[in-house]
Design a binder for this molecule. Structure first.
Ligand SMILES: [Zn+2]
Length: 83
């Protein structure tokens, strides 16, 4: 049974109701595209980790690199005395 409803994103009339979100096919397609783009960007980020570290996933290594760089940047020249 489908009721006449409106898309949560663009308010277009829609019959598609999945889960708690109501989304029209147009918004669904653009959302899907955004996810694909994000996937590609995420993959690019992971593949920037050339050397795989034992006991770490590429994701963990990338995260550690970023945190190390951010911490070093935040601490500035006094980084050797900290943490
Ligand atoms: Zn919509």
């Amino acid at each position: 049974m489908s009721a006449r409803i409106r898309c949560d994103k663009c308010s277009a009339e829609s019959y598609y109701a999945g889960g708690t979100k109501i989304i029209c096919p147009t918004c669904f397609a653009s959302l899907e595209q955004q996810l694909n783009d994000r996937d590609k960007e995420y993959h690019e980020l992971l593949m920037a980790v050339v050397r795989k570290h034992p006991g770490e996933t590429r994701h963990e290594t990338a995260l550690r690199y970023i945190r190390e760089a951010e911490t070093a940047a935040a601490l500035g020249p006094a980084k050797e005395n900290s943490i």
